[in-house]
Design a protein around this ligand. Sequence first.
Ligand code: F6P
Length: 544
Amino acid sequence: MTKQLQKAWDQLRAIHRTLDGVDLRQLFAQPGSRFDAFSRTGCDVTIDFSKQRINRDALDALLGLADAAGVSQRRHAMAAGEILNVTEGRAARHMALRAPVDDARFADVAADVETVRARMLAFADEIRAGTISASDGAPFSDVVNLGIGGSDLGPLLIDQALAPYRSGPRLHFVSNVDGAHLADTLKALDPARTLILVASKSFTTLETMMNAGAARAWIADALGETTIASHFAAISTNLKAVAEFGIAEDRVFGFWDWVGGRYSLWSAIGLPIAIGQGPGVFTELLAGAHAMDEHFLSTPLQDNLPVLMAMVGIWNRNLEGHNSLALIPYDQRLARLAAYVQQLDMESNGKRVTLDGAAVAYDTAPIIWGEPGTNAQHAFFQMLHQGTTVVPIDFLIAANAHESNPTLSGHHPALLANCFAQSEALMFGETTEQAEARLLAAGMSTDDARRLAPHKTFPGNRPSTTILYPKLTPHVLGQLIALYEHKVFVQGTIWRINSFDQWGVELGKVLAREILPMLDGNAAASNASTAGLIATTRRLRDTT
Ligand code: F6P
C-alpha cells in the first residue's frame, strides 16, 4: 500500500472515531439540509445518502481515499482497455458494448461490436416478424434461453423489469442443472413453436450443456433431427464448441474474452431482450448504460454517483463493520435485482487476496440480498427494525408507475409512502419514552404501557440510501445496472482486488466431476461425510 493510501485510510479512521456514539438523529438535528448536502443527481437517477451515518468530514475523507486509491485513473484505464483482470490477462471492456460506434475510446473494438450487434438485432427483427421461422414455416411463439450466471441473470432481470415493453415471442429462462427447471418449462411449450438459445460464454458450463443436450433431444424427438438447425441459435465466445454442437454459423452470435460473464448482458447475451422486447428497447437499454458510463468517466468524484455509492459502502463495510447490504426495490418488476447484483458484487469482489496475491487486511464484498418492498416489510423487516444486526439498505423506487388503469391510481402513492416511511423509521426509530407516550395516548393503563413499551421501541440509527428515478424505462434500467457495475468496480479499486476473475467457483466444479462416478459406486469418497451422504443416497435411491 502506498504511503498516500495508508494516510487516506488513517485519516478516514480518525474521522470515524470522531463520530463515535453520534447517531443519525443527532446528525439530522444539525443546521442545514442533509438532503442538500448528501444527495446527488446524475443522468435520471437521484441518490439520497443523507440517512447514512456520515458527516461532511467523513464524506471528504471517503473521497480522499477514492482519490488516493487512483479511482479517477483506473476508470479511464478500464475504458482504455488496460489489462485489469491480471490473473486471466484480460481487459474489462463492457463499456465498449454500449458506446456509440464512433466513440474514439473504443475505436479498436467498435467495428467488431457493431457487426455482431447489427447481426443480432437483424436476427431478432426477423424472428419477431416471422421471416425467420420454425421448421414448419410458422413463426416462433416462445424462446427458451439456456444459460446460467451471467448468461442468464441479466436477460432474466431485464425481461421482468421491462415487462410493459414485451412485444415479441414469450421468453423463458432455464439455468439449473436440476432437471425440474427444464422439465417444468418445456412442459408448457410446443416444440414446433419454440426457439432455443444456448447462451454460454465458454460453451463448456455443465448446467447449460446438459440442458442444451436435453432440449436438443426434445426438439429432435418431436420434430425430427433435421429441424435442429431451425430451432437453435447460440451466443458464445467459443465458436468452435458451438460448431461441434451442430449450430449453424449464421445462428451464432459471438462476443469476446474482454467481456466478463457478469458484465455480458450488453453483448449478444442480450439477444432474448432484443427478441422479446424488441431491438429498439435493447438499444435504449444500451444508451441508458452508456449515459451512466459518461457520468462515471467524466464527473468529479464528489458528484459521481457510482463513486459515492461505493464509498458509502466502504464506510459501512470497513468502518462501521456491517457485513451485508440489502437491496429493496419498491418495484415489483425488479424482483430479480438482488439476485443479479449478488453475482455482480459477490463474484467480482468476494476476494481475499490483493492484485499481487497478498492477503487483504480488511473485509471485502458484503453479503448482498433482498426482496421487493412492500412484500419484504411483511417478512424480514421486523429484524431490520428491531433485530440485533444492523443491515444497511439500498431502497430503489420510481416516481411514476407504468400502470395508467384508474383502478390502480392509489397503488403507486401507497408504494412511495411505504418506501419513504421505512427509511424514516429505520433512521429515527422510536424511543421507549415515545413508545410509552403513544400507548398512553391510545388509552392504555400506565402499567401496561410501561410493560409493553420496550417491545415497541425502535432503536433507529439504521442506515439506508434511497435511489429515486422517474420511471423504470429501458434507458433508466440501463443507468441503474451500470450504476451498480461501476460501484462494484470502485470498491474493487479501493480494496485493490481483481474484480474480474472468479477462481472461487472452480473447486466445486472439479469436485462435482469427481463425485459423479461415486454416485454409481464407481469411486470412493475422500472423507466420511461425503461417503456417508453418498451411501445414504444410494440406499434411498434403491428403495424409493
Ligand atoms: O461459474 C461461474 C461462471 O463462470 C460465471 O462467471 C458465469 O457467468 C457463469 O459461470 C456462466 O458461464 P458461461 O457463460 O461460460 O456458461
